[in-house]
Design a protein around this ligand. Structure first.
Ligand SMILES: NC(=O)c1ccc[n+]([C@@H]2O[C@H](COP(=O)([O-])OP(=O)(O)OC[C@H]3O[C@@H](n4cnc5c(N)ncnc54)[C@H](O)[C@@H]3O)[C@@H](O)[C@H]2O)c1
Ligand SMILES: [Zn+2]
Ligand SMILES: [Zn+2]
Length: 394
């Protein structure tokens, strides 16, 4: 089969590799019809190289048609249309029972002291071959795959794998209340979906910050008050003015820290080199090349007693945090990988009705053949060609 494999920093290729086979009675094999590229894949593209081997297959936002199931898989059958959650969870351990599927005790990666294994996401998360491929072996398939109806295009359902549950959890963890206020840092697919979910759940004031003009325009078009990081010397002051002098009830960090963490540190500069000069310069000047800047900005912006909900991925073991300010402001902090299966019952009705309340139908900017994955990664990473969300179609 053809599959997107990692070959080095900013070097992904489409390789021909052996087809996957059923290995456990709880496995399924799925023929992939659409598969997203996530902001988390960009961390692999640029920064997390030390944890990947050449040839590892990427991707954790797949959907497709079931080809084969193991003897213990009963809720899906060959021919079914399914979306695969990015975390691999068993559905019957203590953590899965409490809705913490991203901490599944059956698939935790003990070698690295991390939570549940993830599709296509480095040795830190089990080195499981990913879903940017023609075929995918799905472990724990007696629980994970989500059956979806025939009919609408893949775009309707694909985001159940990651974007929708991640954004939904970020907003739930933010404690956004009807009539309340929330500010989202970062308007990539995750941040923008957070603004849509917050609006859907009745937040009165939804503010968002980014520095890519097209991304600000996208969110502005559906009623988000957008702020270009680049245009404000006193962002906290400006945000306080918008929020009765206090700051928003909650801040969601949907940026993450690409350029930080133990084996990772100095690679920040390499990241900056990969961006067009203008964007790189802005990041260095305004966003800070060390992306803790976004997290620290969130702490500064949120109102006293407010909640900071972190969905951006951070990797640093010794990241300095402003504990005095966090304690003094009595900030509540929640974070983590999305517990995908936990939110599916809430989300399915929103993507299976006639309406499209979260705007998934037009969410993707690019649909490209799998063979164009190298180009797709490049434009997504460089934010070129309007690339916002790219779906590959094997
Ligand atoms: N928690 C989870 O389960 C989970 C799931 C999916 C993605 N993620 C993480 O969420 C984050 C966002 O993912 P994405 O797909 O939207 O990625 P993305 O890279 O497309 O989006 C990040 C956005 O942040 C903006 N940005 C950079 N610095 C900023 C700053 N200082 N202030 C404001 N905005 C800034 C960028 O311009 C970009 O638009 C990533 O860190 C990703 O790894 C987490
Ligand atoms: Zn992801
Ligand atoms: Zn489990």
């Amino acid at each position: 089969m053809r599959a997107v494999a990692w070959h080095g920093t900013a070097d992904v290729r489409v390789d021909t590799v052996p087809d996957p086979t059923l290995q456990e009675p709880t496995d399924a094999i799925v023929r992939i019809t659409s598969t997203g590229i996530c902001g988390s894949d960009l961390h692999l593209y640029t920064v997390l190289g030390p944890f990947i081997d050449e040839g590892d297959i990427l991707g954790h936002e797949p959907m497709g048609i079931v080809e084969a199931v193991g003897a213990d898989v009963h809720h899906i059958a060959p021919g079914d249309r399914v979306v695969i959650p990015f975390n691999i969870s068993c559905g019957h351990c203590y953590m899965c029972d409490t809705g913490l599927q991203s901490q599944c005790e059956t698939t935790q990666v003990h070698d690295h002291h991390t939570g549940a294994a993830l599709l296509g996401y480095t040795k830190l998360y089990g080195q499981v071959p990913g879903g940017q491929a023609e075929l995918l072996r799905v472990p724990q398939a007696h629980y994970g795959p989500i059956k979806v109806p025939e009919g609408p295009p893949d775009d309707r359902f694909l985001y159940l794998s990651d974007v929708l549950p991640t954004a939904w959890q970020a907003v739930q963890y933010a404690g956004v209340q009807p009539g309340g206020s929330v500010l989202v840092l970062g308007l990539g697919p995750i941040g923008e979906m957070c603004t849509r979910v917050a609006q859907h759940l009745g937040a009165e004031q939804v503010i968002a910050v980014d520095l890519v003009p097209e991304r600000l325009a996208r969110a502005g078009a559906h009623g988000v008050k957008t702020i270009n990081l680049d245009e404000h010397d006193d962002l906290p002051g400006f945000v306080r003015e918008l929020t009765a002098g206090r700051g928003p009830d909650a801040v969601i960090d949907a940026v993450g820290m690409e350029a930080h963490g133990s084996p990772i540190g100095a690679l920040a500069h390499r990241l900056a080199q990969l961006l067009p000069d203008a964007v790189a310069a802005k990041m260095v000047e305004k966003a800070g090349i060390d992306r803790l800047a976004a997290l620290h900005l969130g702490i500064e912006l949120v109102r006293r007693g407010g909640t900071l909900s972190v969905s951006g991925v951070y990797g640093g073991a010794v990241s300095p945090m402003p504990l005095l300010q966090m304690f003094d402001k009595q900030i509540q902090l929640r974070m983590g990988q999305a517990n995908v299966r936990r939110w599916i019952d809430d989300l399915l009705p929103l993507v299976t009705g006639d309406e499209d309340p979260l705007g998934v139908d037009d969410f993707a900017t690019h649909h490209l053949p799998l063979d164009q994955a190298p180009h797709a990664y490049e434009i997504f990473q460089r934010k070129q060609d309007g690339a916002f969300k790219i779906l590959l179609q094997p």
